[in-house]
Design a protein around this ligand. Structure first.
Ligand code: DQA
Length: 155
């Protein structure tokens, strides 16, 4: 039987400003545009999504803790918290779910403080540098990861 729990798609601080925030780096799509593209793509993949954004680390932690029961996987763009938050790493590790980390920009072509991600240690995989398309690629990866009994898949 297919997993019917949604994929939690989490967005961290300042991503609510997409569309107007440094468009030369992050593009002109708003977070609402990205949400709509994710919802449409998820449908074609047979997935449901629960798309959220918060500027508050604790709220993101609460949502990740909740996902343990209510979601089948987590796609996360932790934004600036990527580079600072052991707390998010701990929450993602405790969730024991497949996790795909996404960044719109290629964090490795940017300032050196963006080259380290605390949360990658809890991620099944990382996608960065493809703009909003990265979210769609993450959902495609997730569709595979949540399929039951996929031999050899590492979560
Ligand atoms: C980001 C990259 C982070 O370094 C930055 O702090 C963000 C967005 C991205 O999607 O490219 O807020 O996660």
């Amino acid at each position: 039987m297919p997993d019917t729990k949604p994929i939690l798609v989490l967005n961290g601080p300042n991503l609510n400003l997409l569309g107007t925030r440094e468009p030369e780096i992050y593009g002109r799509d708003t977070l609402g545009d990205i949400q709509a593209r994710c919802a449409a793509h998820a449908k074609t993949l047979g997935l449901k999504i629960d798309f959220r954004q918060s500027n508050h680390e604790g709220e993101l932690v609460d949502w990740i803790q909740g996902a343990r029961k209510s979601a089948s996987g987590i796609v996360i763009n932790a934004a600036g918290l990527t580079h600072t938050s052991v707390t998010l790493l701990d929450a993602l590790t405790a969730a024991e779910l497949p996790v795909v980390e996404v960044h719109l920009s290629n964090i490795y072509r940017r300032e050196s403080f963006r080259h380290h991600s605390y949360i990658s240690a809890a991620a099944t995989g990382v996608i960065c540098g493809f703009g909003p398309r990265g979210y769609l690629l993450a959902l495609e990866a997730m569709a595979d990861l949540v399929k039951p009994a996929r031999k050899g898949a590492r979560r």
